[in-house]
Ligand binder design. Structure first.
Ligand code: ADP
Ligand code: MG
Length: 255
């Protein structure tokens, strides 16, 4: 089995209410898998489960999630720490991104690095600049001391991408990474993610409700509705010859 991520029979309940039901799909090296479905269909809960990020709150994931061969749902705290950021990086929708408004962007990217790499001083600074440049932040070296509010939304998302890829993960999980951005910026960020994916030889789990993004960027599509997978397959097949009525409806209402 060469999949980098394999989700098998995943079910997640909050206080007895199942919001993800028997979900299964896999992501192979180099592949972009899109998870689509309208708001509330369980996409984010599925993505967060892949790194055990649901928090206490009563969530109760069952099933198996193999990330680079390790069962995330049974992993020890030390294994989880290695997997988070080291094997899979994660980017969220911009207003949700956890950039701390009180800390400089250089410090925050630096913290992502030192979680997994013992760098300090000039070596750390050089690595942070390289990561920000790789993510396309203009004048990165001059902006290490900038605070998040001094950047545009697209630039903040580039900082988040720099942090998510700080340890050259094998998988990037991107949960609605461009939903909050202007259309032209959306295209630039998605282009950047594609480029980095190729350059770093990564796989990507791309969560979106935007089918035009799926059309342009995905190899495989998983369609979710009310917590279940209703249809999945190669992107061309699902988009051009949908089998499930729900997928047909999504495609018919595509703007
Ligand atoms: P999507 O990302 O597809 O829009 P989510 O995965 O965020 O949907 O949510 C799926 C369902 O799970 C929703 O009904 C949502 O209200 C519920 N849910 C998500 N997170 C929590 C939580 N921490 N506690 C309780 N319910 C939650
Ligand atoms: Mg979501």
């Amino acid at each position: 089995m060469s999949a980098i991520l394999e989700v098998q029979d995943l079910s997640v309940a909050f206080r007895g209410q199942e919001v993800v039901r028997e979900v299964g799909f896999s992501v192979s090296p180099g592949q972009t898998v899109a998870l689509v479905g309208e708001s509330g269909s369980g996409k984010s809960v599925t993505a967060l489960s892949c790194l055990q990020l649901l928090g206490p709150g009563g969530a109760n994931p069952a099933g198996r999630i193999l990330l680079d061969g390790t069962d995330v749902l049974k992993a020890s705290p030390a294994e989880l720490q290695r997997l988070r950021g080291g094997v899979a990086g994660m980017v969220f929708q911009e207003p949700m991104t956890s950039l701390n408004p009180l800390h400089s962007i250089g410090r925050q990217v630096g913290e992502a690095v030192t979680l997994h790499q013992p760098l300090r001083g000039a070596a750390l600074r050089a690595r942070v600049i390289a990561l920000l440049e790789r993510a396309g932040l203009p004048n990165a070296a001059q902006r290490l001391d900038a605070f998040p509010h001094q950047l545009s939304g697209g630039q903040r998302q580039r900082v988040m991408i720099a942090a998510a890829l700080a340890n050259d993960p094998k998988l990037l999980i991107a949960d609605e990474p461009t939903t909050a951005l202007d259309v032209t910026i959306q295209a630039q960020i998605l282009e950047l993610l594609d480029q980095l994916k190729r350059r770093l030889n990564m796989a990507m789990l791309l969560i979106t409700h935007d089918l035009s993004i799926v059309r342009r960027h995905a190899d495989h599509v998983v369609v979710m509705r009310h917590g279940r997978v209703v249809e999945q397959g190669p992107a061309a097949q699902v988009l051009n010859d949908p089998q499930h009525d729900y997928t047909k409806m999504l495609l018919a209402t595509e703007p």
